[in-house]
Design a protein around this ligand. Structure first.
Ligand SMILES: [Fe+2]
Length: 320
């Protein structure tokens, strides 16, 4: 698939009162190390997780108090409308990242796609990615705008992004990031978090079951704890705290209504892959019995390869 994107829109001074955001961060504590598709084999007690913590603020029918500051933010909605030249923007999720002491980059990646009828709840994540890279399912692709907003000015922690395409050098947002947001297409545009300070001790790793939250001693510090021991402690302002907002985008209300009933079934996915594989003369076939097989995305990637972004930094998850 050809990736087409354009530079995200930069919003400055998005939030009037950042103390309000600090309160939401505290209310939504504790935060746990990144798991999911990057780290499917995340062990619980071994100190193997970089200090990249996450939590949901808004997801399905859950919303942390105060999250509307972002969720229904008129400037984010207007920027998404402008970026996509679209009238209808439906906010969907907010999740947040808290990072510290990571000497390597995050993985260069595009965000995981959703198709009408097929998402993480009913379809393996890597299969969704194969579907995206095949370019065969665009009719059902849910266009989503993403905003990333940054809370603090920290050491490092910039964002590299390939808005000119994965075969061109990346651009960077790395200075004066506090209270700015980038609004664009993180599903079509590769992006990568740069190393995050404090530097000096390399990448500190903690158990997958460690937790990050505010210390209740009036200091304003946040600490990483595991089974009662404190593994790391720093002022909240030293953590790279980012808020990720995602919204579905439709050209018009008429388009939203028209496409809503057009859902993709797993049987459709098999049929569409198989028709294309046959046209290409490939021997691989997909059926309902094997479609959740974890080895299938790797086989599909031979036919439908993912792009590799040029000049990406070394990732904390790269094998040594
Ligand atoms: Fe991302």
């Amino acid at each position: 698939m050809e990736l087409q994107s354009k530079p995200p829109i930069l919003l400055e001074a998005l939030i009037e009162d950042r103390a309000e955001v600090a309160g939401i961060f505290a209310r939504a504590a504790p935060y746990t190390p990144l798991g999911g598709w990057f780290r499917p084999d995340l062990p619980g007690d071994e100190a193997s997780s970089p200090m990249w913590f996450q939590n949901d603020w808004v997801h399905a029918d859950f919303s942390v108090q105060g999250a509307d500051l972002f969720f229904r933010n008129p400037r984010l909605i207007a920027a998404a409308q402008e970026f996509y030249a679209a009238e209808v923007v439906v906010p969907r999720t907010i999740y947040v990242n808290l990072m510290a002491a990571i000497a390597e980059c995050g993985p260069a990646h595009t965000d995981n796609p959703t198709f009408r009828g097929r998402d993480r709840t009913n379809t393996p994540m890597m299969l969704l990615r194969s579907m995206l890279w095949s370019g065969l399912f665009e009719r059902w692709y849910v266009r989503q705008a993403t905003s990333i907003w940054w809370m603090n000015e920290v050491q490092g922690g910039g964002l590299c992004y390939w808005s000119d395409g994965p075969d061109q050098p990346p651009r960077r947002h790395h200075e004066s990031m506090a209270n700015t947001a980038l609004v664009g297409d993180n599903h079509g545009m590769f992006h990568q978090v740069e190393p995050v300070g404090p530097f000096g001790g390399g990448t500190l790793r903690v158990p997958g079951s460690a937790e990050l939250g505010p210390v209740d001693d009036g200091s304003g510090d946040w600490a990483v704890t595991h089974e009662g021991s404190e593994l790391f402690r720093a002022p909240f302002s030293a953590y790279r705290a980012s808020v990720l907002w995602k919204a579905d985008v439709y050209a018009s209300e008429a388009e939203r209504r028209e496409v809503a009933p057009d859902l993709l079934s797993l049987a459709d996915v098999c049929r569409i892959f198989n028709e294309d594989l046959a046209t290409r003369g490939a021997t691989l076939r997909v059926d309902l019995a094997t479609i959740r097989d974890p080895t299938l995305p790797g086989e599909l990637a031979v036919v439908y390869p993912e792009a590799t972004p040029k000049a990406a930094g070394r990732s904390m998850f790269d094998p040594n």
